[in-house]
Design a protein around this ligand. Structure first.
Ligand code: NAD
Ligand code: USQ
Length: 404
């Protein structure tokens, strides 16, 4: 019978929610390669956002069905697929009961700050999708498998840019002669980043109340596209977003350089964030899964390897472009966001290193490889999508562009 064969195989079962997305796809393949039993849960809404907004990944991506069958034909490994919305508890609880995960890795949220700042419907969608989805995951764990470890993607942006060092989740404060260790203050800068703050609070409460074990990974901005597994075949290729809504800083700069568009530094360019290579995202996920939190523990890791300002990134891409004979220019774009443009930033990131993370620090060769990747798909670039189109200030109740 199925359950006894599961017991005897002793392979850990990991459900990857959001496994068709940028971080999730790379992670699902990596875990499958490392001999975990993997299931992907995804409602493919990220692909729908592209269709609705007229955007596309720089790299052509195969359908999720073709992706997993190609993986099976290359490696013999099966990745189970559950296509549906985790906000639908009937769907999600059926998937959960059928797969019986030891770990749930949750990437399945609307993750773009500009998308969440487009209009009221998209702000509401972002918060309801993210907060309700995460609550459903917590309810499923509570109801069906209290021992299951939740590994949840949070974001460094939950902390904002305070004028003191950023700790990993908690800070010890002495106030009026008394001392306590408290959740680090959160000051998010978009309705998206705020949805992650709400998630963290809901997860923390569930750990305390029901004894759930959870790891919140406050990830920095991810860059890069290739991992060992996605490199195995063109049908396993990951998505690479470069547009003004879903593209993130370094990935955008490399694509901009490849098509001769000046690099779009918003405002003064002193905005500093934590960054990491997608090859380190998959390593961090593996480490968090292999070393689970204790029952009732709400563990927080800051998941990034280096800090850069956007000005630093523009300079690094210009230098790498020069070597490849590309003349890279930088422009100052009036900042579409409300954020500090010059500020103190010093965030801790030691806990994943202590667990064994071996970082791929940003190097010329990584930038070269991203630039070359972008040059290879140059013909697919839609120049109209490069400049930012969403303003934090002009935010209104009306819906812009098409309907979700
Ligand atoms: P992505 O948009 O590429 O992938 C997210 C996936 O989740 C998509 O495939 C989408 O279809 C799916 N999804 C969304 N809502 C869902 C729902 N209700 N039910 C089922 N599936 C749903 O995003 P990504 O860049 O891979 O980011 C993954 C996670 O990591 C997000 O939670 C994001 O906040 C976090 N993160 C990303 C970055 C980054 O730089 N990309 C940095 C820090 C944190
Ligand atoms: N920026 C530019 N020029 C650009 C794009 C961005 O100057 O062309 C600036 C932004 O103003 C911001 C910084 O670069 O100050 C980072 O912006 P981003 O778009 O690269 O990243 P962000 O909006 O913060 O969001 C991304 C992911 C999100 C994740 C977050 C991690 O989309 O899912 O949570 O990175 S973090 O920033 O650490 O919160």
């Amino acid at each position: 019978d199925q359950s006894s064969s599961r017991d005897s195989s002793k392979r850990k079962r990991v459900m990857v929610i959001g496994g068709d997305g940028y971080c999730g796809w790379a992670t699902a393949l990596h875990l499958s390669k490392k001999n975990y039993e993997v299931a992907i849960v995804d409602n493919l809404i990220r692909r729908t956002f592209d269709l609705q907004l007229g955007l596309d990944s720089l790299s052509p991506i195969a359908s999720i069905h073709d992706r997993v069958s190609r993986w099976k034909s290359l490696t013999g490994k099966t990745i189970e697929l559950y296509i549906g919305d985790i906000c639908d508890f009937e769907f999600f609880s059926a998937a959960f009961k059928s797969f019986e995960p030891d770990t749930v890795v949750h990437f399945g949220e609307q993750r773009s700050a500009p998308y969440s700042m487009m209009d009221r419907p998209r702000a509401l969608f972002t918060q309801s999708n993210n907060v309700i989805g995460t609550l459903n995951v917590l309810f499923a764990i509570k109801e069906f498998s209290e021992d299951c470890h939740l590994v949840k993607l949070g974001t460094m942006g939950e902390y904002g840019t305070p004028n003191i060092d950023i700790e990993e989740g908690y800070i010890t404060i002495t106030h009026n002669g008394r001392t306590d260790t408290l959740p680090y203050p959160k000051q998010a800068n978009s309705f998206y980043h705020l949805s992650k703050v709400h998630d963290s609070n809901n997860i923390h409460f569930s750990c305390k109340t029901w004894g759930i074990r959870a790891t919140d990974l406050n990830q920095g901005v991810v860059y890069g596209v290739r991992t060992d597994e996605t490199d195995m075949h063109e049908e396993l290729c990951n998505r690479l977003d470069y547009d003004g809504v879903f593209g993130t800083a370094l990935n955008r700069f490399c694509v901009q350089a490849a098509v001769g568009h000046p690099l779009t530094v918003y405002g003064k360019g002193g905005q500093t964030r934590g960054y990491l290579d997608i090859r380190d995202t998959v390593q961090c996920m593996e480490l968090a899964i292999a070393n689970p939190a204790k029952p009732g523990e709400f563990r927080v890791f800051n998941q990034f390897t280096e800090q850069f300002s956007v000005r630093d990134l523009a300079a690094l891409v210009s230098k790498a472009g020069e070597k490849l004979g590309i003349d890279v220019k930088t422009i100052t774009v009036p900042n579409p966001r409300i954020e500090k443009e010059e500020h103190y930033y010093n965030a801790k990131c030691t806990k994943l290193i202590e667990l064994g993370l071996q970082p791929h620090y940003l190097s010329d060769s990584l930038i070269d490889s991203l630039l070359n990747f972008a040059v290879a798909y140059k013909d697919r670039i839609d120049m109209k999508q490069i400049m930012p189109s969403v303003s934090w200030k002009k935010f209104g109740a009306a819906q812009v562009r098409s309907v979700v």
